[in-house]
Ligand binder design. Sequence first.
Ligand code: ZN
Length: 471
Amino acid sequence: MRSFRRIIRRDLFNQSSSTSSLQHRAASASKASQRPSLTASVTASVSGSAILLAVPATMSNSYSTAVTKREFGVDPVPEEARSKPHHQKNKDGTISMFRNTHPSAGGPDFQEISPFLKKVFLASFSGALKGPNCENHKVVVQKPAFLPTRTSSSKLRATWLGHACYYVEYPSGLRVLFDPVFEDRCSPFTFMGPKRHTPRPCDIADIPVVDAVVISHSHYDHLSSPTVNELAKRHPEAHFFVGLGLEKWFRSSGIERVTELDWWETADMVLAPKAEGQDVKTPNESITARFSCLPAQHNSSRRPGDYNTTLWCSWGVSSSSPSAPEARSVFFGGDTGYRHVPKVPAVEADPKDDIYNPAADWEPPYDKLPVNPGFAQIGDFRGPFDLGLIPIGAYRPRYLFSHVHANPFDAVDIFRDTKCKAAMGIHWGTWTLTAEELDEPPQLLKLALKRRGLPETGLFDVCNIGESREF
Ligand SMILES: [Zn+2]
């Protein structure tokens, strides 16, 4: 039992002694430094006119951070959100769990799930899944290059670090990591569970500055205990923003700089320059940022018994500074569904089959199925956004996953609803979580954009893992 426990990630047992927590943090940091380096072909990346440097080690943070939660209702919110319908309450009024409240979240019944569990999910978990094409995929991994200082770009710059993880460099100087997971497996176990098909493009130690870490929800492909502990160790000023119910988990891991928010709640962050520092360009110039916790259609769980006890969220993050006074904003979709569809033969057919039509569940009579209205509310109340990071993968079979995972057709409508001016696709190309091929989502994304009369490139794109784009 002892050795078994050793290879199970610590949070499954929720160990909370600060000594074991510190030991764990030291162990995970030293393990990370022993990781093999990138094995895939590595391409040097130079984008635009900015001079990019692969910074070899963490820079010391020249800013101190302070976070203040804003009172609910100070910022405009949809009327229906005020009564918090996503809270399921105990008799004493405390929250027992969270729930999706719209008909768009109606999931499959057990008869639909049961054969799938046997055929795909368990096979995937044991590593025996042979369905999707994982060997001959066309997902390219390159070594990322980060800006040399906080003030070296006037553009919003976003670097995909695989799956849902993005590192965003704001022109204000703010540096945000969204859903970082640097482990090989997204699983409570180190020996089983979905394993990366594409290597991580860099190590945590390669990321020069982290001011904020934003977590969408508790699933292992979005929240990793070793990763957040190493980030907290390397970036002691970094602040973690999480959904309601997750703050306790972070504190039990020894991470004190954490703020949990409910949907439509906001928090302000001020980064004040210290007296001296290598990345302070203008003394006395603070960087400000606003973090909005926003709805998503999903669920949460990390261990038996905690189903839906922590909140799943999307996020809006905007930031400005006196030398970059125009606030630039990012919508992070995290992991979300948009609508639930029944089994539609043309959608579920083999892509080589004549009847295959991936858009068939958007055609009559399915075009009237309810969509989650939360995304249009996000656009109305927090939009527009300069950049959307929107999930496009883990959707097949559709009738089993549509209620929790958007496919590219759903994602294009989320993009329009949230009023993003540009977007990048996330939640694909890294782990096999469902039955579509690893590199299929970008192909469907082009079809989906065309279907809505939008340009196939330059608006809602995908990029190589490790690549940066400017907006
Ligand atoms: Zn998830």
